[in-house]
Design a protein around this ligand. Structure first.
Ligand SMILES: Cc1ncc(C[n+]2csc(CCOP(=O)(O)OP(=O)(O)O)c2C)c(N)n1
Ligand code: SF4
Length: 344
C-alpha cells in the first residue's frame, strides 16, 4: 500500500504559546527584552508548528534567549551556535532554526563559523544582537566597538578598527542582510518576518543597547534629537530619502554614494537612488550596508534579499541523486567493493 502522508493543519498559535516560564534575567532597560517580545510576536504568525522551531545560541547575555522561548532550544558554547544550528538544520531540514548571537559571540570567537555558514547559505535565521561590547563578561571591547572607545580592556581607547556586520555578511556572499533597532519593535517585527520567509542564511543585525556596559552606544541613531537625520528606512522600489523634512537623499556619484538635499543645486526626487533589495550584484548593497553617521545615515530594514540555492537543499538533492545512481546501496556494498585482506 502506498504511504500516504497526512499534513496536520498548524494550530493558530499566540505570543503566549512561545513565552517560557523562566525568569528573564536581563538587566531592566536592556534592549534584549524588546527583541524577545518581537520574536514572540513573529513565531505564531509564520504558520509553523510549535514543535518545529529550534532556537540555538552561543554564550553571552543575548545567548540566554533559548531559555526564554517555549520551543526546542540549545544554549551552546561560546561562538559555536552556527555549528550547532547547521547540524540541527541538516539533521532535519523541515525545522525553522533561529540562531541568537552577540557581536562578541559571532564575530570574535565564532567569526570563522559565522562566515562559513553564510558562505554555504544554510537555511537558518541569525539574529545578531549588536551592543558593541561584551555584556555578560562585563564590558570588554568587542569586534564592533568603535575605534577609540574606552572600555574595561581599552582604558586608553581601542586601537582596533571595528567590523561592520553588514559588510562582513555581504562580503561572505550573504544573500540576506537586514538591520533593525531595539527601539522600534514594529519595524523589527516586520524585518524578522522577512528574514523568516527568506530561504537561505538570513542575518538580521539588531542595534541593541546594553544599558550597563555601553549605554547609548547607538544614541546618534536612536535618540529623539538626532534620529531623523541618521536613520534611513529602506523600502524595495522606493528612493533612499530621509531626514526630518524628508528632503535628504542618497545618490550614486561616480563610484560612491553621496548625501544630497532635494531642492538644492537642481537635485530632484528623480535623482535619488531607488532601493532594489533583490539586485544580485552585491556592489550597491555593500555600499548601503557601510553607510554610517556622521557622513551618512544608517540604512535600516532589508538591505539585501537574493534567492540562491541553499546548502541543506543541495545536500538533500545530492543524497537523493546518489541513492538513485550509485552502485553502492548499503555500507556493506561499499566495504565489499574492493579487495579485502584478512590479517592473521
Ligand atoms: C571559550 C570561552 N571563552 C570566553 C568566554 C567568556 N565569554 C562569555 S560571553 C563572552 C562575550 C559575550 O559578548 P557578546 O557575544 O557580545 O554578547 P552579550 O553578552 O553582549 O550579549 C565571553 C568572552 C567563554 N564563555 N568561553
Ligand atoms: S549587561 Fe548589558 S547586555 Fe547584558 S543584560 Fe545587562 S544591559 Fe543587557
Amino acid at each position: 500500500m502506498e504511504n500516504t502522508q497526512i499534513d496536520t493543519p498548524v494550530m493558530q498559535l499566540t505570543k503566549d504559546d512561545f513565552a517560557s516560564d523562566q525568569m528573564v534575567k536581563w538587566c531592566p532597560g536592556c534592549g534584549d527584552h524588546a527583541i524577545l517580545h518581537a520574536v514572540e510576536n513573529v513565531f505564531p504568525n509564520l504558520g509553523i508548528a510549535k514543535e518545529d522551531f529550534v532556537v540555538v545560541s552561543g554564550i553571552g547575555c543575548s545567548s540566554r534567549f533559548p531559555y526564554y522561548m517555549n520551543t526546542y532550544g540549545i544554549h551552546g558554547i561560546h561562538g559555536r551556535a552556527a555549528a550547532l544550528a547547521t547540524g540541527v538544520k541538516l539533521a532535519n531540514p523541515k525545522l525553522s532554526v533561529w540562531m541568537i548571537t552577540g557581536d562578541g559571540d559571532c564575530m570574535a570567537i565564532g567569526g570563522n563559523h559565522f562566515i562559513h555558514t553564510i558562505r554555504r547559505n544554510i537555511d537558518i535565521n541569525i539574529l545578531l544582537f549588536n551592543n558593541k561590547i561584551y555584556g555578560l563578561t562585563k564590558g570588554q571591547y568587542s569586534p564592533t566597538t568603535p575605534q577609540g572607545s574606552k572600555t574595561k580592556t581599552s582604558p586608553q581607547g581601542t586601537i582596533e578598527r571595528p567590523f561592520n556586520p553588514g559588510e562582513l555578511v555581504i562580503g561572505s556572499q550573504g544573500n540576506f542582510f537586514a538591520r533593525a533597532l531595539d527601539t522600534n519593535p514594529k519595524a523589527m517585527t516586520s524585518v524578522f518576518m522577512e528574514a523568516a520567509k527568506h530561504k537561505g542564511t538570513s542575518v538580521v543585525e539588531i542595534l541593541q543597547n546594553c544599558v550597563i556596559f555601553f549605554n547609548k552606544a547607538h544614541d546618534l541613531i536612536t535618540s529623539k534629537e538626532t534620529r531623523d537625520d541618521n536613520q534611513l528606512w529602506l523600502e524595495h522600489g522606493k528612493p533612499l530619502i530621509f531626514g526630518k523634512d524628508r528632503n535628504k537623499g542618497i545618490v550614486l556619484k561616480g563610484t560612491r554614494l553621496e548625501v544630497v538635499t532635494i531642492g538644492e543645486n537642481g537635485v530632484t526626487e528623480a535623482d535619488i537612488l531607488v532601493h532594489d533589495q533583490y539586485e544580485k550584484d552585491p556592489g550597491i548593497h555593500m555600499m548601503i550596508a557601510r553607510m554610517m553617521p556622521p557622513e551618512y545615515p544608517v540604512a535600516l530594514g532589508v538591505i539585501r534579499s537574493v534567492a540562491a540555492p541553499t546548502f541543506d537543499q543541495s545536500l538533500v538533492d545530492l543524497i537523493e541523486h546518489e541513492k538513485q545512481t550509485s552502485k553502492f546501496k548499503t555500507a556493506d556494498d561499499l566495504l565489499q567493493s574492493s579487495p579485502t585482506w584478512t590479517i592473521d
